[in-house]
Design a binder for this molecule. Structure first.
Ligand SMILES: Cc1cc2nc3c(=O)[nH]c(=O)nc-3n(C[C@H](O)[C@H](O)[C@H](O)COP(=O)(O)O)c2cc1C
Length: 461
């Protein structure tokens, strides 16, 4: 769960129960840069960096971002370079090192398996991020929010240190452009020691599962089949009439995978989205799933990356049966529906949203597009409307879109501070099926650990 919600302590705690613990690789270069600017007070990042093969790169990163004792609270964070089709070596090094650090830390004092999650939509970060994760010996790579057809091939090439030419969708272009990534920018890598991670594609339909499995070039090692109640982004709905009277995205039977057809594909699969109760876990196993992927219960656990103040507010609302989670059609600039928790003081609050000056300084969700002069531009419908229009977007597209990059960094206590006083507001996401959260709230007195979630979920199998 990104950004930084599936944190190191959570992934490690889950892995140590014998299950798969997953860290988020989304925007992890910014997470690392900001943690270093906050002084890395526990020293754990610098500990992980001592294990990175190329110490020249480590020194470059520390020189750029590490502040002994932490930056002044009113100072703004210095940002990492934005993603692009022609990144500088340093931009790639940040992605590699940040993924390496996160996975190295999750694997510290851990006797289980660790995975990393990436979003297909953030294609420009993919090759360097996957490579960094592989250098740390990640066991599983999981990718959702798109069609991750090129990942098995990418892993194969990186295993032997080949330069890769990764396909990037460019809006307005007839054919994909290629992002060239040369792993030899990192020195002293012993490729013989790399262990191939397994790859799980997160999809919502049996049709997509079947499509990916048909060709050995695109075939993953398994699937997470994610339904429309899942937290974060959801797959776009299939029916044309999909906005309800309350403005939310509505899903129909057509949006649900046929599990018999998923089973017929012949690869292991895990079910996600509303599988956060012992009964639903038992049901998933009965259907033939290898297990479940659970988000919301862990996002609310003590090991979550979400700042305590927000998490406690949500837990209280769960306890009071007062929590509202909406499936918003416009919030995410990806165009995918996005689940939003309604909390005053966050960007779900219209006053907070209106009072924020639009700014696109992190840019993970920018899409490359073909400019009229034949060059490549980058745009995001959450950026200032005039800028977006100048780049060929429309005010209608930009309407109601929120800056997930800045908000999700604020959720984990790494939000940007501007002009000494302005703090980027958070925006929380959770799944809309909170039956398990309510039951755990009653059973565990309103707060729980990641290990409690595992005990609860496995109590009926
Ligand atoms: C706070 C939060 C953040 C999430 N972020 C991501 C993400 O970055 N990538 C992803 O593939 N899924 C993400 N998800 C979806 C979860 O991985 C999981 O599939 C989903 O939440 C399962 O449904 P549940 O919440 O009903 O358990 C997120 C979910 C939550 C609650």
């Amino acid at each position: 769960m990104g950004i930084g919600v599936s944190s190191v302590p959570m992934a490690r705690a889950v892995a140590n129960t014998g299950n798969l613990g997953v860290v988020s690789g989304t925007a992890i270069d910014s997470v690392l840069a900001r943690r270093l600017q906050d002084g890395d007070l526990t020293g754990e990042i610098r500990w992980a960096l001592t294990h990175f093969p190329d110490q020249n790169t480590v020194n470059e990163v520390l020189e750029r971002f590490f502040i002994e004792g932490g930056k002044k609270s009113e100072a703004s964070y210095l940002d990492v370079p934005k993603l692009s089709l022609s990144p500088t070596p340093f931009a790639n090094e940040m992605l590699i090192i940040a993924n390496f650090v996160e996975i190295t830390l999750a694997k510290r004092d851990c006797h289980g398996v660790i995975g990393v999650n990436f979003l297909e939509k953030i294609q420009l970060a993919t090759p360097a991020s996957v490579f960094g994760a592989m250098l740390a010996g990640v066991d599983y790579i999981l990718m959702g929010a798109g069609i991750p057809a090129d990942i098995p091939g990418l892993i194969n090439e990186l295993m032997v240190g080949n330069t890769v030419h990764f396909k990037i969708k460019v809006e307005g272009a007839d054919t994909p452009h290629l992002l060239t990534f040369d792993p030899s920018i990192i020195h002293n890598v012993n490729y013989e020691n790399l262990v191939r991670p397994k790859f799980l594609a997160i999809v919502s339909s049996h049709i997509l599962a079947n499509y990916l499995a048909r060709d050995p070039e695109t075939r993953p090692d398994g699937f997470v089949i994610e339904g429309p109640t899942a937290g974060g982004h959801n797959a776009p709905p299939r029916s044309k009439e999909h906005i309800g009277l309350d403005g939310q995205v509505t899903f129909t039977e057509k949006d649900l995978a046929d599990f018999e057809k998923v089973k017929a594909v012949g690869l292991p699969f895990w079910l996600a989205g509303g599988y956060g109760t012992p009964e639903k876990v038992a049901e998933a196993l009965e259907i033939g799933a290898a297990g479940v992927q659970v988000g919301s219960l862990f996002a609310l656990s003590n090991e979550s990356g979400i700042i305590d103040e927000l998490r406690e507010e949500v837990l209280q609302q769960v306890a009071d049966d007062a929590l509202e989670v909406r499936t918003e059609p416009k919030t995410s600039s990806t165009g995918f529906p996005f689940k939003v928790v309604e909390i005053n003081g966050t960007a779900s609050d219209p006053d907070v949203y209106q009072s924020r000056d639009r700014k696109c300084d992190l840019g993970y969700l920018r899409s490359p597009f073909l400019r009229p002069d034949g060059g490549i531009g980058y745009r995001c419908s959450a950026e200032p409307v005039k800028t977006f229009e100048f780049k060929g977007g429309t005010a209608e597209e930009a309407h109601d879109v929120k800056c997930l990059c800045n908000a999700l960094m604020a959720n984990i206590g790494l939000g940007q501070t501007r002009w000494g006083t302005y703090h980027e507001p958070p925006l929380l996401t959770l799944g809309s099926d909170l039956a398990g959260a309510k039951e755990m709230s009653d059973q565990y007195g309103g707060a729980w650990s990641a290990a409690d979630v595992i005990n609860y979920l496995t109590s009926k199998i």
